[in-house]
Write a protein that binds this ligand. Structure first.
Ligand code: CA
Ligand code: CA
Ligand code: CA
Length: 91
């Protein structure tokens, strides 16, 4: 019984180690980047505004450019006069 539990734990630890090593290798080799330039918790490759902090990733017009860095967020070609980043999302 105890040996069975130890075996299970060792298996779990080996899998966790394998996953960690795979992620580390992919990151180190440049295949996958986990950089988060603006520090908002969303990695650059998934961030709809990689250089602007916008944790909520709001995108009013759905063009995959976040409200925080979208110069035209309503699809009517109106250029925003002010860019208040995430606060725009409250509209
Ligand atoms: Ca980010
Ligand atoms: Ca961002
Ligand atoms: Ca947008």
């Amino acid at each position: 019984m105890i040996i069975h539990l130890i075996e299970k734990k060792i298996k779990f630890l080996l899998i966790a180690l394998g996953i960690t090593m795979t992620i580390s290798f992919l990151s180190w080799s440049g295949v996958v980047s986990f950089a988060d330039t603006d520090g908002d918790g969303i990695i650059d490759s998934l961030d709809n505004c990689p250089n602007i902090t916008n944790s909520f990733q709001y995108d009013l017009n759905g063009d995959n450019t976040g409200n925080g860095c979208d110069i035209e967020d309503d699809n009517y070609n109106k250029i925003k006069i002010t860019n208040t980043f995430e606060s725009i999302t409250s509209r």
